[in-house]
Write a protein that binds this ligand. Structure first.
Ligand SMILES: [Fe+2]
Length: 377
């Protein structure tokens, strides 16, 4: 399936000039993303996966992996931006929004530093997609532009920018099984194992992780449930990134592209561990408006080492083959189908509720291409 060239940034002199200039990230985005499709862009799309560039550039397979990662990082940036506008630190590094003091206070129940961590995570994601796009252009490959899919509404709460978004944080279905997956000493998803949910309700409904409007700022336990949902969602997303990078790294060809993946990937893991710690601080409660319950993870039927909230480092578990001793690892890291699996996971998460069929077609095509990439020998 060929990517429609109208979705894709061409590699033109204008892009390269932007990369050479010490311009601001925001200026790069607003300028470069407005460029239309060109002949060179169409030509590059003809290259097959794994095809080696003629003049020492990266393979098309490596570009396909990077393009998929660029898209996901763009999507991550979009929703982290929404969190930052309402609950983070709005400053020159992460601009936009003016904060919701009441929502921010609810987040700070999980940790007083939540606004700073949200800010830093947002900035990191911004740099990830901006860097990957710039690297692709420098290698004569297309960067990725999702701007045409910015169609979803913003929160109506005071403090949020009223602009169109790529992602939806107001109807999430949050898979919290990472909480037990990283605490298991005997199971690994790469062996086909599944794991119980820490917050079963979150995995079985649609819940906001940001206030949809200022009406969501009360009653108190309703707002705290929204903040708790955010706290678990942060970790759900970042554990996904922690797995995705090592999964895809196994199929890249260029040592430099490998370096990119194994340098960005661990920052996702730094995020994940931070958020795993904060999610453990989410106060047990029931939202009086919808029944969403956050259990006390230190009490039966939870509790024990699998659930204790201060366990934020991975328990060692089975890896590669049961004949080996257990090992403390990121899990899963199976490479087959990793990109398409990530899209399916994020779709089920609800982040893309309301998105167009064109959006899903484009994202799934990027994922298919990334999963078709093979390491050239
Ligand atoms: Fe990232």
């Amino acid at each position: 399936m060929r990517i429609s060239s109208c979705f894709v940034l061409p590699v033109g002199e204008e892009d390269m000039n932007l990369l050479r200039q010490p311009t601001s990230r925001r200026a790069f985005l607003t300028s470069s993303l407005a460029v239309g499709a060109g002949a060179l862009g169409a030509g590059l799309l003809e290259a097959g996966a794994g095809e080696v560039a003629a003049e020492g550039g990266i393979t098309q397979g490596d570009a396909d992996i990077l393009r998929f990662l660029s898209a996901l990082e763009t999507l991550e940036t979009d929703f982290w931006q929404q969190y930052n506008e309402l609950g983070g630190v709005q400053d020159s590094e992460v601009q936009g929004g003016s904060g919701s003091p009441t929502y921010t206070a609810a987040l700070q129940v999980l940790d007083g530093d939540m606004p700073q961590y949200i800010h830093d995570n947002t900035e990191d994601e911004f740099t990830h997609f901006t860097f990957i796009n710039a690297y692709l252009v420098a290698q004569g490959k297309q960067s990725v532009n999702l701007d045409r899919f910015r169609t979803l509404p913003s929160s109506k709460a005071k403090g949020a920018q009223k602009i169109k978004r790529l992602t939806n944080l107001m109807q999430l279905t949050v898979d919290t099984s990472w909480y037990t997956r990283y605490r298991s000493r005997t199971k690994n998803p790469d062996f086909g194992d599944s794991f119980p949910q820490a917050v079963p309700d979150l995995n079985n409904g649609q819940f906001p992780a940001i206030p949809r409007s200022d009406k969501d700022l009360a009653p108190k336990n309703h707002l705290q449930a929204i903040a708790n949902t955010a706290g678990f969602h942060f970790a759900t997303i970042e554990q996904g990134g922690s797995s995705l990078y090592p999964s895809l790294a196994q199929r890249v060809t260029s040592p430099e592209v490998l370096r990119i993946l194994i340098s960005i990937g661990p920052t996702e893991t730094m995020h994940f561990q931070t958020w795993m710690d904060k999610a453990g601080n989410a106060p047990p409660l029931t939202d009086p408006t919808n029944g969403l319950t956050f259990p006390d993870l230190n009490s039966p039927p939870f509790g024990g080492e699998d659930f204790q909230t201060n366990l934020i480092m991975p328990e060692p578990t089975i890896f590669l083959d049961r004949k080996f001793p257990v090992c403390s690892i990121v899990r899963p890291t199976e490479t087959a189908g990793a990109a398409e699996g990530a899209v399916a996971f994020l779709t089920r998460d609800g982040l893309f509720r309301g998105q167009s069929s064109e959006f899903f077609a484009f994202l799934n095509d990027l994922a298919r291409r990334a999963d078709a990439a093979q390491r050239a020998r």
